[in-house]
Design a protein around this ligand. Structure first.
Ligand code: F0G
Length: 476
């Protein structure tokens, strides 16, 4: 930690490689959005000035990581870069079996297939969408048991990612052998990037053990979770984030990880296990679908960059800046009255679009309205986490069944944007907030059967104050 006479938290890096931002005019953005069928997933990178769609695989690597890439070992079987990664991961997690995959969802698929999820249940705080989809695709049942406060955007509970231990025990008691595993997503992405406490992990692990069921972590954002434990959990402030992370891993039987988040790399995943038989089955599937066990769908240079990333991510100067920069945006938006998912999470700020736009009914997609306003205003891309993402297609004329919440996530790529970018973003959001009464809803023109949010074609509706129901196409 810096002891300079300032309370400012500065980016703990200087910039060695830069990439220009694409700047556009409102008229251009209106045209790009119309060409993208009013769905920001269908925009091109060159049309987006500040991309907050996801924090996955979008961060900047360090000079040490780029250096390691040059010396990555591309040996097919027995790559030295694998052995270095294995050493780093074993050191951090204490788990003996380290299986690389190309990204998180591949690790999930292999774990659930190798463990035999068919006809069985996974009990989680919240499954991330790909995790749920992998359980269900393999004919298992994905059950979410997050605490009640985790579903309430207003609750200030410091660990809204916690699993409800009473409900967990009730399910373990009732379903016994048909429970395949307990899975804790740290931090809880589907629930606002909220952390899970060490006490809760310990409690869930003790219950799982008592009922003879293994417990796993979805560790995509383990370091952010560990830092928030250090900040928020009584008795943890004197420990390092790395010690806390190691205890988190020490409490469980295995983990899946999308390394595109806290691995600080652009591609990569991990499956880590303690059970040798499960590891053998997983490696057999790995060879079938990803590649030989010492590269698992990655190049040697990717393994090398990941080994460095997993070491850098628990650096406390980095974590302090990372969590502080999300909290900085949160506080500024709170001040202008933007309705937010509280408290500030780890990787993103989530705006409650249904509350911001009470004149737009959930089936008219208030989250999409906000995402599109934000794009039109300044070329900022966020993502709707609401009725388009989670609702299911209604039949005929029936209104589209809505999701429990209509949120917009502004996710921060790691080490990519600076405080002046965030200050600019605050101005943009203040302007969108000031004009909230003028925003219009959207209707769905075309949608896929599953995961419709990625490809849907949408059209803006007339503002409720406008006579007639003609569609208004901004910029046309
Ligand atoms: N688990 C969590 C908690 C995630 O957030 C993600 C991805 C995955 C698993 C899947 O990993 O993408 O490497 O296959 N989340 C990204 C996001 C896509 O935008 O939140 P993957």
């Amino acid at each position: 930690m810096n002891d300079a006479p300032s309370t400012q938290i500065i980016e703990p890096f200087r910039i060695k490689v830069v990439e220009p931002l694409p700047f556009t005019t409102r008229a251009q953005r209106a045209e790009f959005l119309a060409l993208a069928h009013h769905n920001v997933f269908l925009l091109r990178g060159s049309q987006v000035t500040m991309d907050l769609l996801t924090d996955s695989g979008t961060g900047a690597m360090s000079a040490a990581q780029w250096g390691a890439m040059m010396t990555g070992d591309e040996t097919y079987a027995g790559s030295e870069s694998f052995f270095e990664l294995q050493r780093v991961v074993q050191d951090l997690t204490g788990m003996p079996f380290v299986i690389p995959t190309h990204q998180g969802r591949a690790a999930e698929h292999i774990l659930f297939a190798a463990a035999g999820v068919q006809g069985r249940m996974v009990l989680a705080n919240n499954h991330f969408d790909t995790t749920r989809a992998n359980v269900e695709y393999l004919s298992g049942q994905a059950i979410d048991l997050v605490i009640a406060q985790g579903r309430d955007p207003q609750s200030e509970h410091p660990f809204k990612g916690n699993i409800d231990l009473e409900q967990l025990e009730a399910h373990l008691k009732q379903h016994g052998a048909s429970v395949l595993m307990v899975l804790l997503t740290v931090t809880n992405n589907a629930g606002g990037g909220q952390p899970v406490s060490l006490e809760n992990i310990r409690g869930a692990a003790a219950l799982a053990r008592a009922y003879g069921v293994p417990i796993f972590l979805d560790a995509a954002r383990f370091a952010e979770n560990a830092w928030m434990i250090k900040q928020r959990e009584p008795g943890q402030s004197a420990r390092t984030a790395r010690e806390i992370a190691s205890e988190m891993f020490g409490l469980v039987d295995g983990m899946v990880m999308s390394c595109k988040k806290d691995g600080l790399v652009n591609i990569g995943g991990l499956l880590c296990l303690r059970d040798p038989q499960l590891a053998e089955r997983a490696r057999t599937l790995l060879i079938l679908t990803e590649g030989f066990p010492t590269y698992g769908g990655l190049a040697g240079r990717d393994l090398a960059a990941l080994a460095v990333g997993l070491t850098e991510v628990t650096d406390e100067d980095y974590l302090r800046y990372r969590i502080a920069s999300v909290a900085y945006l949160f506080r500024a938006l709170d001040k202008i009255g933007m309705p937010l998912m509280r408290p500030a999470g780890g990787h993103a700020v989530y705006i409650d679009a249904r509350k911001l736009y009470p004149h737009i009914k959930p089936h008219q997609l208030p989250g999409i309205a906000l995402v599109n306003e934000l794009y039109l205003e300044a070329g900022v891309r966020g993502v709707e986490v609401g009725t388009l993402m989670f609702g299911r297609a209604g039949a005929g004329e029936a209104p589209d069944p809505s999701a429990p919440l209509d949120l917009v996530r502004l996710a921060f790529p790691r080490r990519t944007y600076t405080q002046s970018h965030v200050d600019w973003l605050i101005d943009v959001l203040a302007s969108v907030h000031a004009r909230r009464a003028q925003a219009c809803g959207y209707k769905i023109l075309h949608q896929a059967e599953v995961l419709r949010a990625f490809t849907a074609h949408l059209a803006p509706l007339a503002h409720p104050g406008t006579p007639g129901d003609a569609h208004v196409f901004p910029g046309k």
